[in-house]
Design a protein around this ligand. Structure first.
Ligand SMILES: Nc1ncnc2c1ncn2[C@@H]1O[C@H](COP(=O)(O)OP(=O)(O)OP(=O)(O)O)[C@@H](O)[C@H]1O
Ligand SMILES: [Mg+2]
Length: 261
């Protein structure tokens, strides 16, 4: 089912999802999902636990490929090209479409080594180049002033919100185009959450962001578009303000008014 936008303009879609089915063995976790993600916008995925939000998010950079027994049908296009096509280099795709997880997951290395990790893997050895990109990435994640004198400190000693922003800096260093965030604030307190939300608003100027959140206020605050999922289906997808103030489906209304979920 392709759910039409409410209030769509001719803006380019970074990602287009069509008739997407996903099976974990015999269990169907996504059912003919259709939606798209606009370039330089934040798209939120909401819905009750187990409805398939993380599964859908992981389809966007083929992280589900890592789970045995997964079968995907339908298509996901990134800039018009099917990412499930056999010609796609998955490592390259995951660089273009990076992911931030629920729990910050810095490597047990220094701050600097975390930020430049992906660059080193990509073979960049020039130390002034690495320093330059590390500074740019930390600045972009609003960490430079906090951490410029702590580049050699263990990343795991940082407070959780700085760890999460460090994971964002680590992504930015490899120059992604899309940033996927799976409940990126669920381990953070309200002030740290606000900081990450503000950072997202800043990052969308350069990147396309997709966020999964359990927190409807968060979806309403930060996102431009919202998709409401239930039992593997995309029930409603549209401009965030419309979804929250005048949903077209009774199921959506029940969820956002707290009658369900
Ligand atoms: N690796 C897996 N193997 C089998 N089933 C899975 C796997 N991962 C998820 N599922 C099932 O797929 C469905 C969707 O799960 P998913 O994690 O995508 O939901 P979610 O909306 O992200 O939930 P939550 O809000 O709790 O994170 C659930 O029924 C879940 O049990
Ligand atoms: Mg999830």
């Amino acid at each position: 089912m392709m759910v039409a936008y409410q209030g769509a303009n001719a803006v380019s879609n970074k990602i287009e999802i069509n008739s997407l089915d996903l099976f974990y063995g015999k269990f169907q976790a996504l059912k003919t999902v259709g939606m798209s993600m606009r370039e330089n916008m934040i798209t939120a995925l909401i819905g009750p636990s187990g409805c398939g939000k993380s599964t859908l998010l992981r389809c966007l950079n083929r992280m589900n490929d890592l789970i045995p027994g997964v079968q995907v049908k339908g298509n996901v296009r990134l800039d018009g090209a099917d990412i499930y096509d056999s010609s796609i280099e998955v490592a390259e795709l995951r660089k273009r479409v990076g992911m931030v997880f629920q729990r910050p997951n810095p490597f047990p290395l220094t701050v600097f080594a975390n930020v430049v990790y992906g660059l080193k893997v990509a073979g960049i050895r020039n130390s002034s180049r690495l320093k330059e990109i590390a500074e740019q990435s930390l600045r972009a994640a609003w960490l430079w002033d906090l951490l410029k004198d702590k580049l050699d400190h263990p990343a795991l000693d940082l407070p959780l919100d700085q760890q999460q922003r460090l994971c964002i800096a680590r992504l930015l260093a490899v120059q992604p185009e899309v940033i996927l965030m799976d409940e990126p604030c669920s381990a953070l307190d309200p002030i740290a959450t606000m900081k990450v939300e503000e950072l997202m608003m800043e990052l969308k100027k350069k990147y396309t962001i997709v966020i999964v959140t359990h927190n409807m206020q968060q979806a309403a605050r930060v996102s431009d578009f919202t998709g409401y999922m239930l039992l593997g289906e995309m029930i409603e997808f549209g401009v965030t303000n419309d979804v929250f103030t005048k949903p077209t489906k009774k199921l959506t209304e029940d969820y956002i008014t707290g009658k369900y979920g």
